[in-house]
Design a protein around this ligand. Structure first.
Ligand code: P6P
Length: 335
């Protein structure tokens, strides 16, 4: 007789409902935002997977606020998220890496109390060489009076996030998110179009195997950063060398390190005095997830989630991953 070991199949929608039921004051609006983000993730995943076949590979020719050439898939991902989110009545404004100003909720649509910030397709320069890319999102709550959200409403420290997550379009499409009740991973089963719980309550190891940094900038780092990287590489004899893994797609590097343990670093350098990565919709959401998984994230002087933003697209140096490895950065850079 074949014994079937019961394995519970939990869809992301079911998980979202279960998590909401544990929050007595939950109105269901945050769950609604997550549902809509799941739909957008499926649509972007579908397009990313067929990008090599359809005519959406390659630069769209336009530039985003960062002066970076926008890939066509960037624009598709951006528009997909905006269209999936703008009419649900739960948001009062959005902000995207691809758009200079905030994205208002169109006239005629109900304004909710939440703010959504996102990087629609991080690492998009890797698209046409088939390196995994990702979507990153952060949800804040508007303080004060209800009504249309403003840039000022968005300038909140990362510890005020109510939800954060990313989608990685890799060998499979995965969505990892948190609402402050742990970090949980879901893998898309394309045969049924459902994200299924595959990585409940992710915990990242205290010390990691992997170091993800672009050391082409070594000559532009300050000496404490160079000493820190020598430590991670075991060159000062104080610890074993970490394996370097760097694909140039933050979501991919972060996700591998989250599951296997490791540290992702994008330090300030003489060319980028505040580093390259954005605080509000890259570092803050990933830091929230990382802390929920038992990891940590610092800018070298303070916890990423405590940084008080002053601009929507501001950049920050970042050292994020296994708590013990981040502690070394804090110790060596605070000197
Ligand atoms: P560099 C992609 O452009 C990105 O924003 C991140 O996804 C990635 O980690 C980083 O930039 C790579 O930057 O300077 O090493 O090429």
């Amino acid at each position: 007789m074949v014994r079937h070991t019961a394995t519970s199949v939990v869809t992301i929608d079911r998980f979202i409902i279960d998590q909401e039921s544990r929050q007595p004051k939950a109105s269901g609006e945050l769950s609604g935002i997550l549902y809509d983000l799941v739909v957008a993730a499926k649509m972007i995943s579908n397009k990313v997977r067929s990008a090599g076949l359809a005519d959406i590979i390659g630069a769209a020719g336009t530039e985003n606020i960062q002066g970076e050439v926008q890939q066509k898939l960037d624009l598709f991902a951006n528009d997909t998220i905006v269209k999936a989110m703008d009419h649900g009545g739960r948001l009062c404004a959005m902000a995207s890496e691809e758009e200079a100003d905030i994205i208002p909720i169109p006239q005629g649509f109900k304004h909710g109390k939440y703010l959504l910030l996102f990087d629609p397709l991080d690492g998009s320069s890797n698209i046409d060489v088939n390196v995994p890319v990702g979507t990153i999102f952060s949800v804040l709550k508007k303080e004060g009076e209800p009504g249309p959200g403003t840039t000022r409403d968005m300038l909140q420290a990362g510890h005020r996030q109510v939800a954060a997550g990313y989608v990685i379009y890799g060998s499979s499409t995965m969505m990892v998110y948190t609402t402050g009740q742990g970090a949980h991973g879901f893998t898309l089963d394309p045969s049924i179009g459902e994200f299924l719980l595959s990585h409940p309550n992710i915990k990242t190891p205290e010390h990691g195997r992997y170091l993800s940094v672009n050391d082409a900038y070594e000559q532009h780092w300050e000496e404490p950063v160079r000493a820190l990287m020598r430590r991670y590489r075991g060159l000062d004899g104080k610890r074993d060398a970490m394996n370097v893994r760097y694909v140039g797609s933050m979501v991919s590097d972060f996700h591998r390190n989250l599951l296997g343990g490791g540290l992702f670093a994008y330090p300030a350098n003489a060319k980028n005095p505040l580093g390259k990565l954005r605080l509000m919709y890259e570092c803050n959401p990933l830091a929230f997830i990382c802390e929920q998984a038992g990891g940590a994230a610092t800018d070298g002087t303070q916890r990423i989630l405590d940084v008080q933003p002053t601009e929507l697209h501001q950049r920050t140096p970042v050292f994020i991953g296994s708590r013990g490895d981040v502690a070394i950065a804090q110790e060596m850079l605070a000197r």
